[in-house]
Design a protein around this ligand. Structure first.
Ligand code: DON
Length: 305
């Protein structure tokens, strides 16, 4: 397996030259565009890795899967889905357009920024601090890594420049889709995006969703079967934004990307996969990361379809 992974990294490294690291969050510009790494953890807890799998990066939109799980654990599902839809948007991740044109005024799904701001607003806690602590505790638990923390520089960079998200959040408040203090909700959203992980963390979390919410080492049920299924389904239909259709055809694995360069993939009942490659394509997905997953899926016959 190590040979296979090393080869896949070697073969696809060239694609890192065809993309660019994210720059709209200034701090993300510091990433090395040539980095490429992968980690796989299978259902027997075997761990395999190659390339820059140990490099740390911010989780960005991959966090939307975990926050969705938390929102569904914290609230009635019918309440959650009265505030955010279940349909792919077909638009870029940061699009504001449908918030105005859709009759419901609610975001299409919890994987786009507007939808994730809604799920973040549904996290329980009496104070912002308590919500942040609950969130971090949950990330640490599902990644089985107590060292997970927020990258302060990325958080501050995003908070300072995140006016597009700010605009969407105020629109959502105006339309009664989110309640409470908009700046506090945004603060929690920026923090969740700035959580620092590596490929091993993403593979571990991907494995938990792949295993329908049961920790393979302890047998503990951490997330319900239904919530795990819902999260994976959103990953298939919306996880790669307006590239989700092509990704489903070429790779066929539930996956979620982030502009930090991470992709978390979850092969039901088989494995979790964490990929890192900060050079992004035009849609904000890791350009070489997608290629790696495409090769891996073909070689190991991982497509769920
Ligand atoms: O809100 C943002 O724009 C970023 N914190 C997250 C966006 C993101 O990761 C999109 N993914 N490819």
């Amino acid at each position: 397996m190590e040979n296979l992974l090393n080869n896949i990294i070697k073969l696809n490294k060239k694609y890192t030259n065809f993309g660019q690291v994210a720059s709209y969050i200034p701090e993300l510009k510091n990433a090395n565009s040539e980095d490429l790494g992968i980690c796989i953890i299978d259902k027997d807890n075997n761990i395999h890795y190659a390339g820059d799998y140990k490099k740390k990066f911010t989780i960005q939109s991959v966090s939307k899967t975990i926050i969705l799980a938390m929102a569904l654990m914290d609230n009635d599902w019918s309440y959650v889905f009265s505030k955010v839809g279940m349909e792919p948007s077909g638009d870029p991740f940061n699009s504001i357009m449908k918030l105005e044109t859709d009759d419901t005024k609610k975001p299409c799904n919890p994987m786009i920024n507007a939808g994730a701001i809604v799920t973040t607003s549904l996290i329980k806690g009496t104070t912002l601090k308590e919500k942040e602590e609950r969130m971090l505790a949950f990330f640490r638990k599902i990644a089985k890594n107590d060292d997970i923390k927020i990258n302060q520089a990325v958080y501050e960079s995003e908070k300072l420049t995140g006016d597009r998200n700010r605009a969407m959040a105020y629109l959502l408040k105006n339309d009664g889709v989110i309640n409470g203090d908009v700046e506090e909700i945004l603060d929690l959203y920026f923090k969740q995006c700035s959580i620092e992980v590596d490929c091993v963390d993403l593979a571990r979390i991907g494995l938990l969703f792949a295993n329908y919410g049961i920790d393979i080492e302890t047998g503990e049920r951490v997330i319900s079967e239904n919530v795990s299924r819902m999260v994976k389904t959103f990953m298939v239909t919306c996880g790669m934004y307006d590239a989700s259709g092509e990704f489903a055809i070429k790779v066929g694995i539930p996956a979620k990307s982030g502009v930090g360069g991470g992709i978390m993939a979850s092969v039901p009942r088989k494995m979790g996969i964490g990929v890192y490659g900060p050079s992004l394509d035009k849609k904000g997905n890791s350009i070489a990361g997608i290629k790696i997953l495409e090769d891996l899926s073909k070689q190991l016959e991982l497509s769920i379809f």
